[in-house]
Design a protein around this ligand. Structure first.
Ligand code: 13P
Ligand code: SF4
Length: 305
């Protein structure tokens, strides 16, 4: 079967079976083409909530499927490839953070959405890369224990100097690979290009950027900018998708190492297997996790995240 035939089969079957397919923007182009919605992790969970279908297939990583389930408990949520986890989300667990919380009793715990549902149960507020500064700014608490990403935490801390931040050594191993030397090299090669980076990159990289934002914010910035050239400091898929959508502009990767293997695990065959009931993982969370993890996401929505 050709890719096109496989895609047509998936599209026909998802309609017949009342299934909504979500694809994170880091997925490959063939997956985005069969999706009902594409976007960043948080946008996708909101889209899933609004979607009329009773079954959702999440093409992304585990914490994204869990977030969809937390916000749409009545829906069947299937993670397209059960092996696709986010290494950052798995760096910290409930037990270790419970112990750290005891050391900082007067700190509010702010969790990046890239955390497990279980860890979210003991956090106060959840944030995304696009909403972190806005939400922490609105929080009445001055003392913030920010987990797990110390790069995103450092970015938020720099924007909000009036608050006290405690950061832990966690973060995205893919974005952390980019070094200041990559920025210098890219700027030398493309002196007219704007540098757009994800806040999961190291502060020495973020500090040199023309724009810092989430996956979707980077896409929106590049599309609406009058500039014609861009160096993209996030997963390589974004370079490819932007080049496809904006053929009159040029997009260059900040580093060729910006590839998330977990985000590349999902194939069209995985999606077809999920639809046919032969694959994927039906996300099941304990009642206690469902009840308590959603609280910090609700808090994020309350703060306008
Ligand atoms: P976004 O929230 O920007 O989609 O980021 C998710 C992610 O995993 C980035 O590495
Ligand atoms: Fe996790 Fe980083 Fe991959 Fe995003 S790019 S899913 S944060 S490992």
């Amino acid at each position: 079967m050709t890719t096109r035939e496989l895609q047509d089969k998936i599209i026909k079957l998802k309609q017949e079976n009342d299934i909504c397919i979500l694809a994170h923007s880091y997925q490959t182009h063939d997956i985005l083409e069969v999706a009902d919605f594409t976007g960043d992790s948080y946008q996708l969970s909101l889209k899933a909530k609004e979607a009329p279908q009773k079954t959702v297939i999440m093409c992304g990583v585990r914490f994204m499927a869990e977030t969809v389930k937390l916000l749409s408990p009545e829906k069947k949520v299937i993670l397209s490839n059960p092996a696709a986890g986010c290494p950052m989300a798995e760096q910290m667990d409930k037990e270790s953070i419970t112990q750290i919380k005891e050391l900082y009793p007067d700190y509010a715990v702010v969790a990046y959405i890239n955390t497990t549902a279980e860890l979210k149960t003991i956090c106060d507020v959840c944030v995304t890369s696009s909403s972190a500064v806005k939400i922490v700014d609105k929080m009445p608490e001055k003392n913030i224990l920010f987990i797990p990403d110390c790069n995103l935490g450092a970015y938020v801390a720099k924007k909000l100097p009036e608050k006290n931040f405690k950061l832990l050594q966690g973060g995205c191993p893919i974005h952390a690979r980019v070094a200041k030397e990559d920025v210098i090299r890219a700027k030398e090669s493309y002196p007219d290009a704007k540098l757009l980076v994800h806040p999961e990159c190291m502060p020495e990289v973020v500090n040199l950027a023309d724009f810092v934002g989430s996956t979707s914010a980077i896409i929106e910035f590049a599309k609406s900018s009058r500039n014609k050239e861009f160096i993209i400091g996030t997963e390589l898929a974004i370079v490819q998708h932007l080049q496809y959508e904006c053929p009159d502009k040029s997009f260059y990767p900040l580093s060729k190492n910006l590839i998330c293997p977990n985000m590349k695990m999902t194939s069209l065959i995985d999606v077809l297997n999920c639809i046919e009931g032969n694959g994927g993982e039906d996300i099941q969370l304990d009642d206690d996790i469902m009840e308590n993890a959603v609280k910090c996401i609700d808090k994020m929505i309350e703060y306008g995240g």
